[in-house]
Design a protein around this ligand. Structure first.
Ligand code: NAP
Length: 269
């Protein structure tokens, strides 16, 4: 019987894969035997990440063969075209990790329609077009996984993140609808909701808050950790562990969910 935790030889497209949570998910999928295509904007960082994945594959006795794809998810059509050409060259990718950089912070009353449009373009329109590119291959295989990296704000909006909260709920509603439409094709669609996770993005956010409050980023991190039941920030690999499970054959009956990885920070269930 095949190991239900493994993804040996399965091609996976991981977006936002040069840093933070996306890069940690790419490592986790490589550990499980997948051949990962790393997508983001910075080619040099992606090349470093690709070499790191090859080393992980060697260590775990799998074939490797990871690839790099440079694209800007602020340009949905351009990203979809790049992915289409990539699939034509390398064949179907049966796992899609839909992830990128989060929208800027700010009160919702100050947001312009253009701010919403920018965020929706990166987080919703690009993800939607990528699903449309990958879905025919998944349907043909009778197996596929779509994993959306969203945010804990899907459980309750976070004050001061107006555009982000709105966009995250749109993505979660899109994902839930999609899950129902493709379940009979053997394709699952789930959202992973990171809480406060130690990445470049969080470091920048803490610097900004510290500047506004006249304190240090370390102090902001300490105060944030105190508000989390687990008493600490999360690590990217803790989010990646859930994404790895959702990508695996073992998660075949888990679809249409939105699962927090937040040390208990979500106010509700
Ligand atoms: N960290 C947290 O505490 C936390 C909490 C809740 C939700 N989230 C959400 O989880 C997601 C990942 O967060 P993170 O903390 O891992 O962020 P991060 O450290 O800033 O990494 C973002 C990744 O996305 C890529 N990216 C950004 N803009 C892109 C674009 N236009 N096109 C293609 N790739 C792009 C970046 O690479 P390049 O710069 O090379 O393109 C990078 O690989 C974000 O949506 C974030 O808002 C994070």
């Amino acid at each position: 019987m095949k190991n239900p935790d493994r993804l040996d030889g399965v091609r996976a497209l991981v977006c936002g894969a040069s840093a933070g949570i996306g890069r940690a998910i790419a490592r986790e999928l490589a550990r499980r035997g997948a051949r990962v295509t790393l997508l983001a904007r910075r080619r040099n960082v992606l090349e470093e990440a690709r070499e790191e994945l090859e080393a992980i594959s060697r260590e775990h006795g799998s074939a490797g063969g990871h690839l790099v794809l440079v694209a800007d998810m602020d340009d949905p059509d351009g990203t979809a075209a790049a992915v289409r050409a990539h699939l034509e060259e390398h064949g179907p990718h049966l796992v899609l990790v839909h992830n990128s950089g989060g929208p800027p912070a700010g009160p919702i009353v100050e947001a312009t329609p253009a701010d919403f449009e920018t965020a929706l373009r990166r987080h919703l329109f690009t993800g939607h077009l990528l699903v449309r590119e990958l879905l025919p291959g998944m349907r043909e295989a009778g197996w596929g996984r779509v994993i959306n990296v969203v945010s804990l704000s899907v459980k309750a909006p976070i004050p001061g993140l107006g555009v982000s909260n709105t966009t995250r709920w749109a993505v979660a509603a899109w994902a839930k609808t999609l899950a129902g439409e493709v379940a009979r094709d053997g394709v699952t669609v789930n959202c992973v909701l990171p809480g406060y996770t130690e990445t470049e993005r969080l470091a920048k956010l803490f610097e900004k808050i510290a500047g506004e409050k006249g304190t240090t980023p370390e102090e902001v991190a300490r105060e944030t950790a105190e508000r989390i039941p687990a008493g600490r920030l999360g690590r990217p690999e803790e989010v990646a562990a859930l994404a790895g499970f959702l990508a695996s054959p073992a998660a075949s009956y888990v679809t249409g969910t939105a699962i927090p990885v937040d040390g208990g920070a979500s106010p509700g269930l």
